[in-house]
Ligand binder design. Structure first.
Ligand SMILES: [Zn+2]
Length: 469
């Protein structure tokens, strides 16, 4: 058997897991950032389980992840079967299954796992394919692993998992050299999302695709890539498959080696494209959804964010693709053309996860503004944690000129005023009650806010009408 060493924090997660089961939990969820090595953790658990001849099922949802888990088990000498189209049943105690295949074979399969490991566990909803597989085995223990313990709509996973084990943070992993520090550029946003509705917690895909399908946006992305990091391996996250294809064509016309990747391609072509990105034969690989998860190519250095999202989970999955360290890679570059960093905070921001989703920092008052977490340099567009000068170009923020002892307080006050102004403008733009309700929901206000604001506005207008009519 291959010797297998867990990193100290992985060992700690394993111990916390043991404690969780020992104290009566049936389905703990482990949250570890991309690059922390969650495959190593669940492979180790599977190895232990296999050593005890326990039937273990590893559940994944894409061919790439299936093969990745399989390779990891091979390295540990864990013999296993694959439950996926094109593979026949092998009677090993450890099985790696594609959730789509397994859900179709549930009634034919005369095999019951004692432990189910769920990779990318944020996908589980009680009544989707994942949930169906879990409920087919009510006696099994479950272990969920994910980098983002929340669903696309921001809800938590407490209806599926009963304990949450939090691994190290992105900031810790970066400090220890397990992840790359980030450099973020957020050029002025070219996309106009006015009128794009929300659906299931994120922008409605069709309307979003329409808003993002603009030559000026692609042109801007190409300009910045050329200026900031020409030729470095990059992934472009786009709002639709069609846009991903167009963006790749435009990058090619601009002289870069580019291609797009989507679910219509067969898995061999997909893995070729990913290999080509790793080897430099492709410089920019664009995609709508497929590369958000599970593609681990450390040399990929730049993330081109071209898909606005309200989903914190999706944002973190996307930027997570470029955080792995590689020889010669000093920074991960995030070129955010759509405001996702401002919307969700820096990738390494400390987030308080619970089984109910991300805990909101302050809910004291509805009107209370979030503290400033991201500052953007007006000169070089670098987005960074608040500090008096831009870490990229050295630009000094104006407020620095004031008396030093006042600086900290001033910064917060000034920025709060700016944010409040921006929010007022946003509110004024909302034309209908429905739009106000949506705005309120985005900001995490209580449902009554929009109604109260709407009423107040109506009565103001009436008064104005009476006075001037
Ligand atoms: Zn700057």
């Amino acid at each position: 058997m291959t010797p297998f060493e867990l990193r100290d924090y992985q060992q700690q997660v394993v111990e916390e897991l043991r404690h969780s089961y020992a104290t009566g939990h049936r389905s703990p969820l482990v949250a570890m950032p991309t690059g922390a090595g969650k495959t190593a953790v669940f492979s180790y658990i599977s190895l232990q389980s296999a050593a005890k001849q326990k039937r273990t099922l590893i559940l994944v949802h894409r061919k790439e992840l299936l093969l990745q888990a399989s390779r990891s088990l091979d390295r540990l000498g864990v013999r296993h079967g694959l439950i996926a189209s094109g593979f026949s049943w092998m009677p090993y105690p450890t099985q790696v299954a594609s959730v789509q295949t397994l859900v179709r074979r549930l009634d034919r399969l005369d095999w019951e796992p004692e432990l189910i490991v769920v990779d990318e566990a944020h996908h589980v909803v009680p009544d989707n394919t994942w949930g169906k597989v879990l409920s087919a085995y009510p006696r099994s223990r479950v272990l969920g692993v994910t980098a983002t313990p929340c669903r696309t709509d921001g809800r938590g996973l407490g209806d599926v998992f009963d304990d949450l084990i939090i691994g190290p943070t992105i900031a810790e992993l970066t400090e220890r050299g397990f992840l790359c520090p980030t450099k973020i550029y957020a050029p002025p946003i070219q996309a106009d999302l006015t009128g794009v509705r929300m659906r299931a917690g994120d922008y409605a895909k069709d309307q979003l695709a329409q808003a993002m399908d603009k030559p000026v946006i692609v042109g801007d992305a190409i300009d910045h890539y050329r200026r900031l990091c020409p030729g470095v391996p990059a992934i472009g996250f786009c709002a639709s498959v069609e846009i991903a294809q167009k963006v790749a064509v435009e990058f090619s016309s601009a002289g870069f080696k580019a291609a797009s990747l989507d679910g219509t391609l067969d898995s061999a072509t997909r893995s070729h494209l990913i290999d080509d990105l790793g080897s430099g034969r492709i410089q920019v690989l664009t995609s709508c959804e497929i590369v958000s998860e599970g593609t681990d190519i450390p040399v990929v250095t730049a993330a081109l964010l071209l898909r606005p999202t309200q989903s914190l989970g999706l944002y973190l999955q996307q930027v997570g693709r470029v955080l792995r360290p590689a020889p010669g890679k000093s920074h991960a570059l995030i070129l955010d053309h759509v405001g996702n960093v401002m919307r969700h905070g820096l990738p390494e921001a400390d987030r308080e996860w619970t089984l109910e989703g991300e805990k909101r920092r302050s809910r004291k008052g509805e009107s209370e503004e979030k503290p400033e977490t991201v500052r953007q340099c007006p000169k070089c567009f670098c987005a960074h944690a608040p500090q008096p000068t831009c870490p990229n170009c050295g630009h000094r923020y104006v407020v620095e000129a004031r008396r030093l002892e006042e600086v900290r307080g001033e910064l917060i006050e000034l920025d709060k005023a700016a944010i409040a102004r921006q929010r007022k403008e946003e509110q004024a733009k909302a034309q209908t009650l429905e739009e106000l309700i949506e705005l309120g929901r985005k900001r995490g206000y209580k449902p009554g806010w929009a109604q109260r604001y709407w009423k107040a506005r109506q009565s103001k207008r009436q008064q104005w009408g009476q006075a001037h009519g």
